[in-house]
Design a protein around this ligand. Sequence first.
Ligand SMILES: [Zn+2]
Ligand SMILES: [Zn+2]
Length: 257
Amino acid sequence: MAHYGGGASHLAAIYGSEQDKVNCSFYLKIGACRHGERCSRKHIKPQYSQTLVLLNAYQNPAYITGSTSNPHLRPKDAPPLDPNPSSKMSEQETQEYFDKFYEDVYCELVKFGNLLEMHVCDNVGDHLIGNVYARFEWEDQAQRAVDDLNKRWYAGRPLYAELSPVTDFREACCRQNDMGQCDRGGFCNFHHLRYPTPSLLKELRREQRVERRLNPDPRDEERKKELEMFGAEFMGAGAGAPGGGGRDRSPPPPRRY
Ligand SMILES: [Zn+2]
Ligand SMILES: [Zn+2]
């Protein structure tokens, strides 16, 4: 196949990939890069995104050392870090501590809109430690959450939130770690996630569904109508085309308003 020497389509194809010499693929896909602001490639913060990151928000009691070189953690007016009274936690206590954190943050985030997913990194590298990534259904929900959370504190520490370019968390997550086989341990540059107790997550999602049913977003109804209209146009354009498999055959006519 002929290659026509680049141009816009070539740039689009390599955007954020290893071949992209301008944009940092780690920042785009994983939402954090170990080189930080010294990276030779660009970390362009998105102006709009469904995803936000709360930087270094979760403090695993096992990792607390009382200091960090991450500038986001230590704004000039921040109070001294709490001493860590819980470093001798058992695994079960650590999970309970984490579940409490997960629930607190989840319950805050759902106030801003339809929270689709929330992930907490348990990495130890400065750029990923304790990062919480949350993806909403709508970009303005993520923006409102960022604006609000930047004025808030959690467990005696200020929160630092920003929009994140991550869209696909399967690509950001370390698959080896999920199989218990990552050689890099906590210093891995992909997400090493800590998971909430499954019954807690199920309950949080159920509560969110109930809440949305009670207070539906007007856009849900709008979108339902739009999808039906789109379906009507799509079928109109395809009318008279030769019939294919079972899936194409006589779908029910869309309702019109
Ligand atoms: Zn980078
Ligand atoms: Zn890993």
